[in-house]
Design a protein around this ligand. Structure first.
Ligand SMILES: [Zn+2]
Length: 461
């Protein structure tokens, strides 16, 4: 099966081909650890997880690196403005990032290199760029010389550079397009500084990622990912440094996820607060948040609203009821299943540039078809097997079925079926029929414990 991915360098979908036959190297720009992450950050991190899981579904082993940016202007500002020290600040938000990643069922990366652990390598990299005359020194600040590099402009039309964001102005660079590789020490930097042959200072962001990526994954990587706002200047500048110095293609595929947008009328301070991912996780389940983030295509903007999260929550209830009705008792997915029918169409959608909304639609159509059979009492053993296989395949990508949903195997099939119909009746607010079914289930020796969104069967003592 062919996996197609939209490559930002060519602006089209391309067949994915890895450098090594079975292994994919993937570099993802990680968090700057100075503040609590918000939902927009995690849209990007869940997107990384989606790319990885779809690659695994295609039989690849993925070697994934997510860097931790712990040297940055924003970090220095925070240290200067508050009572918290540098080490304490960066450790706190590094831990928070890892903790929330775990909560949102994001698979662990192979490496999380921290900038501050690799400053020596960055100094060596900058020195090599100076030796090759791709970089120059102005009063201890080192800049990349874009005039010397003819291929500058991978992602943008650099003729429009005046209208593009420019940075490091006022530090003495020769050309507006040039960017800093090393920033010389200033008083406000305090102790956050390293010695180099150009004096005290620190590496700049674009150099940090260029070095961490090539150091951990080699001079050409398969996939480089990031949010769309990183395309220029960050990825442009990462790429220029590596390709100038190593005379190689830095990454064969560049993937970028779109923004998360707040619906305008709700741009209130309180909403700003609830978009803190930690607060959101107190309000909604991790599964609900994950499904909301995956319900839009990664290259489309996603609009946040409480209504959309509550829709996701209802979708999860529906999936959970279906999981119970077919008696699923494990979430282990061995990955070697041979997809067919609707499940095959689901896999094909994901292989078409990670089309999660289409894949979800196929899964829900499938659930509706099988639910109809449950009502008609015509669900066969084959239907159950097909459903289990599809659910496991679905969950290996979406990761939104909580283990607590799995059916207790001891519950007899007839009881499970009545409980399923009762849940449907409750959804339709047919309380009379729901009560009647509850009594019938009780006569069979089982009690129903209702919670807000689901029900649990326990044996009557
Ligand atoms: Zn980066």
């Amino acid at each position: 099966m062919i996996l197609k991915l939209y490559n930002s360098t060519t602006s089209q979908k391309e067949d994915f081909k890895s450098i090594s036959p079975n292994i994919v190297s993937m570099y993802c720009c990680g968090p700057t650890v100075y503040d609590a992450p918000h939902l927009g950050n995690f849209r990007t991190f869940v997107f990384y997880d989606l790319v990885k899981r779809v690659l695994i579904q295609n039989g690849f082993e993925v070697n994934q690196v997510i860097n931790i940016t712990d040297i940055d202007d924003k970090i220095i500002d925070k240290v200067n403005s508050g009572a918290i020290g540098y080490k304490e600040l960066t450790a706190k938000f590094n831990d928070m990032f890892l903790q929330h990643s775990l909560s949102l069922n994001i698979q662990e990366a192979n490496q999380y290199p921290k900038t501050s652990d690799h400053v020596e390598a960055m100094i060596g990299f900058i020195k090599a760029l100076i030796d090759k005359e791709y970089a120059y020194n102005v009063d201890g600040n080192i800049f990349f010389d874009t005039e010397k590099y003819s291929k500058y402009g991978k992602f943008v039309n650099i003729e429009n550079i005046d209208r593009l964001e420019s940075e490091d102005d006022g530090l003495g660079k020769k050309n507006q397009k040039d960017f800093a590789l090393w920033k010389t020490w200033k008083e406000e930097d305090g102790d956050i500084t390293w010695e180099s042959e150009w004096g005290k200072g620190r590496p700049a962001w674009h150099t940090e990622c260029a070095v961490l990526a090539t150091q951990s994954l080699g001079k050409t990587i398969d996939i480089h990912c990031g949010g769309v706002d990183l395309k220029f200047p960050h990825h442009e500048n990462e790429s220029a440094q590596v390709e100038a110095l190593l005379d190689s293609v830095f990454s064969n595929y560049w993937l970028h996820s779109e923004h998360l947008i707040l619906e305008e009328e709700k741009m209130s301070k309180s909403l700003g607060n609830i978009l803190n991912i930690g607060d959101l996780l107190n309000q909604y389940s991790a599964e609900t948040i994950r499904l909301f983030l995956l319900s839009s295509h990664y290259r489309s903007k996603i609009y946040f609203s409480d209504e959309k999260l509550s829709d996701s929550s209802k979708m999860i209830d529906k999936i959970n009821r279906f999981v119970k009705s077919v008696g699923l008792d494990t979430l282990d997915h061995n990955g070697d299943t041979n997809p067919s029918g609707d499940y095959l169409r689901f896999v094909e959608s994901l292989n078409d540039d990670l089309n999660t909304p289409e894949a979800l639609g196929i899964f829900f159509d499938f659930i509706n078809k099988k639910n109809k059979k449950i009502h008609e009492d015509s669900l066969s053993e084959e239907d159950i097997e097909e459903s289990k296989k599809f659910i496991l395949g679905f969950n290996s990508i979406f990761q939104i079925i909580h283990p607590s949903v799995l059916i207790d195997e001891e519950v007899p099939e007839e009881v499970q079926k009545l409980a399923f119909i009762r849940e449907e009746m409750r959804d339709k607010k047919n309380w009379e029929e729901a009560d009647r079914l509850r009594e019938e289930i009780e006569k069979m020796g089982w009690l129903i414990e209702d919670s807000e969104s689901s029900q649990k069967l326990v044996r009557k003592k």
